[in-house]
Design a protein around this ligand. Structure first.
Ligand code: S3P
Length: 458
């Protein structure tokens, strides 16, 4: 049964919001702990659908992972890593619809001397995999994929026969953190040096975490050099709040009158904060108060409870509180080189642009078409229904002429979590009643999103 959510206009949104922990960092924390030596304690692990897939898959691969819930939506996870070559071989693994799990795990499996079939769910099976298959083949892995008649692309399932990898120098044709991370993880198993050159810098959580786990890795802007070396546990990892989840409330507080909110302990890694840069340029009132990861309150209280030892975090993720007040927005141009730093925030930025004065152009957003759904199509279709002036120009450009009014309408998620949440926020800022159909997909990244939204409806 598919559920719908009815949204009424919000008068204002006020108070403090704790968003779930960062999904990208959480996937990496399980994977990298699992192939390092020693026990890793992961604090504030988010219990969303995708991250639970990664956890389950690594348990299937023989890694001892235990979990104690700290809140209904977070857990303390303990991973007992036994080193690079310790994973159990499996004939096949089902990855559901988690693209990050699929692509990063492929890198690890390519390093192992075994053969496995990686299967995806309905939505993941439509997503392109040549971007990882090609570099992994160059490194020496044997990869077979599903091909679709009339298309040059490769799709899941993938058969990966790994082992005996050699390092390569790879100039990435697309800016993708998943592809970069896949190659880096494969590089851990490869003889010689692996060099990656990115066309535009993407999120660098893998590089940061590999440093924490004592990998031999050097980063010089868009160039990363890695050499084979076994990893040792970082001891403890605290996962900060997810800026991608926070962005729904950042935009809501900006466009809903008389609002003022504080988002607590959010990851503010500069490779992820493009949304803040763009919204500020549009006139938003957003303030950041940074804090060091060591002083993070959640980590401290968990430590008190568990008595676990602390460790140095010089390569850890930056964390801060984000304060947002209502402001009048004006249109802007979002350029191609900004896209990777806000790729997942483009749907909610389209909502902000629809409420801004003047024209907003989003250039070079082609990658949006190959997410859980074609997010250009899903957002343009939905926002047009709500009366926005939005159009697609050419293959990769979106033009939005903002106005203050959006009208309530019946819209749908297209089975995509970020489209669903963006449309709920659009509904809060619209005149009249909005119904968002098929909202169960939200659990993929933000299971308590609607609960938080309901707080602002009364
Ligand atoms: C992610 C990278 C991005 C992003 C995705 C998560 C990651 O994908 O859209 O939600 O964790 O590395 P691409 O690498 O395909 O751009």
């Amino acid at each position: 049964m598919r559920h719908s959510f009815v949204v009424k206009p919000a008068k204002s949104i006020k108070g403090s919001v704790v968003v779930p922990a960062d999904k990208s960092i959480a996937h990496r924390s399980i994977m990298i702990s699992a192939i390092s030596k020693g026990k890793t304690e992961i604090l504030n692990f988010p219990l969303n659908k995708d991250c639970l897939i990664t956890l389950r898959v690594f348990q299937e691969l023989g890694v001892k992972i235990s979990m104690i819930k700290s809140t209904p939506y977070t857990a303390r996870v303990l991973v007992e890593g036994k080193g690079l070559y310790s994973l159990k071989s499996k004939q096949s693994l089902f990855i559901g619809d988690s693209g990050t799990t699929f692509r990063l795990l492929s890198g690890i499996l390519a390093g192992l001397p075994a053969s496995v079939i990686l299967k995806g769910g309905i939505s993941l099976s439509r997503r392109p995999m040549s971007r990882i298959a090609q570099p992994l083949r160059k490194m020496g892995a044997v990869i077979k994929s599903r091909q679709v008649r009339g298309k040059m692309e490769e799709y899941p399932p993938l058969m990966i026969k790994g082992g005996n990898l050699k390092g390569i120098s790879y100039k990435m044709p697309v800016a993708s953190a998943q592809v970069k991370s896949c190659i880096l993880l494969a590089g851990l198993f490869a003889q010689g040096r692996t060099t990656i050159i990115e066309p535009i810098k993407t999120r660098d959580h893998t590089e940061k975490m590999l440093k924490q786990f004592k990998a031999k890795i050097k980063v010089k802007r868009e160039k990363i050099i890695l050499q084979k070396k076994s990893l040792c546990s970082a001891g403890r990892i605290y996962i900060p709040g997810d800026i991608s989840c926070a962005s729904f409330f950042i935009v809501a507080a900006t466009i809903i009158p008389d609002s003022r909110i504080c988002l607590k302990s959010v990851g503010i890694n500069p490779t992820r904060t493009g949304i803040i840069k763009v919204l500020r340029r549009m006139g938003a009132d957003i303030k950041l108060k940074t804090k060091s990861e060591k002083r993070k309150t959640g980590a401290k209280s968990e430590k008190r409870k568990t008595g676990a030892k602390s460790e140095k975090r010089k390569d850890g993720e930056p964390i801060g509180d984000i304060f947002v007040r209502t402001s009048k927005l004006r249109g802007t141009v979002i350029k191609k080189d900004e896209i990777p730093s806000l790729i997942d925030e483009l749907p909610i930025l389209m909502v902000a642009a629809a409420k801004a004065d003047g024209k907003t152009e989003i250039i070079g957003a082609g990658e949006l078409k190959i997410k859980e759904t074609d997010r250009i199509n899903s957002m343009v279709t939905n926002l047009l229904k709500m009366g926005a002036d939005i159009k697609i120009a050419g293959l990769r450009k979106i033009i939005i002429r903002g106005s203050t009014g959006l009208k309530g309408a019946r819209v749908r998620s297209f089975a995509d979590h970020r489209t669903a949440m963006s449309m709920v926020i659009a509904g809060l800022a619209a005149e009249g009643r909005t119904v968002v159909d098929d909202i169960d997909c939200i659990a993929k990244s933000f299971p308590n999103f609607l609960k938080l939204v309901k707080r602002f409806l009364c």
